[in-house]
Design a protein around this ligand. Structure first.
Ligand code: ADP
Length: 162
């Protein structure tokens, strides 16, 4: 049984992430979407909100479980009994950091492998940060994120303006 973890902040989840979840879940027996509790970075959405949204948008994708985590990814992988980490590579700019992380994790936990999927060309430009910036300036983000994310971001922005 191959269980993999796809970790990230998902603040918020985009169509790029969803594409990765769909494609990587078809390669493994179980895919755990690990949602990083990074409150120190003051995310737009709390970890509970991000988990809730991810559960909603992945409910029709088989073999996917959404689980929050904090601390070391290798510890989380051990706890979940997962042997593989999945990450996405968008561009050369992602590469150096991702390579360093993968090698560090492998050093700490030699049983754990990191597998990279290259992003779908259609979404290779897309990041959560860009989505938040476009939304903050009133731009239309419907082509970047699921409808529920669009609604939640709008609610957040309206609240912040009050
Ligand atoms: P992190 O804070 O760990 O970078 P993100 O939520 O930004 O978390 O991303 C999680 C994973 O999804 C990373 O491996 C990242 O490369 C990948 N990813 C982010 N945006 C896209 C995209 N548009 N297409 C495919 N993969 C993506």
């Amino acid at each position: 049984m191959l269980r993999a973890i796809y970790p990230g902040s998902f603040d918020p989840v985009t169509f790029g992430h969803l594409d990765m979840i769909r494609r990587s879940s078809s390669l493994v027996d179980e895919l755990i979407v690990g949602v990083l509790n990074n409150n120190a970075k003051s995310p737009l959405f709390s970890v509970e909100e991000r988990v809730k949204i991810l559960k909603e948008v992945t409910e029709n994708i088989p073999k996917v479980k959404v689980v929050p985590f904090e601390g070391l990814l290798v510890e989380f992988a051990r706890k979940m009994d997962a042997r593989m980490i999945i990450r996405g590579l968008r561009a050369i700019t992602d590469f150096e950091y991702e390579l360093q992380m993968a090698q560090t994790n492998h050093k700490m936990e030699p049983q754990l492998e990191t597998a990279f999927l290259t992003t779908n060309l259609a979404y290779s430009y897309l990041s959560s940060t860009i989505v938040k910036e476009v939304a903050a300036f009133g731009g239309n983000i419907s082509q970047f994120v699921p409808e529920i994310v669009e609604k939640r971001i709008q609610e957040k922005i309206n609240k912040r303006r009050v």
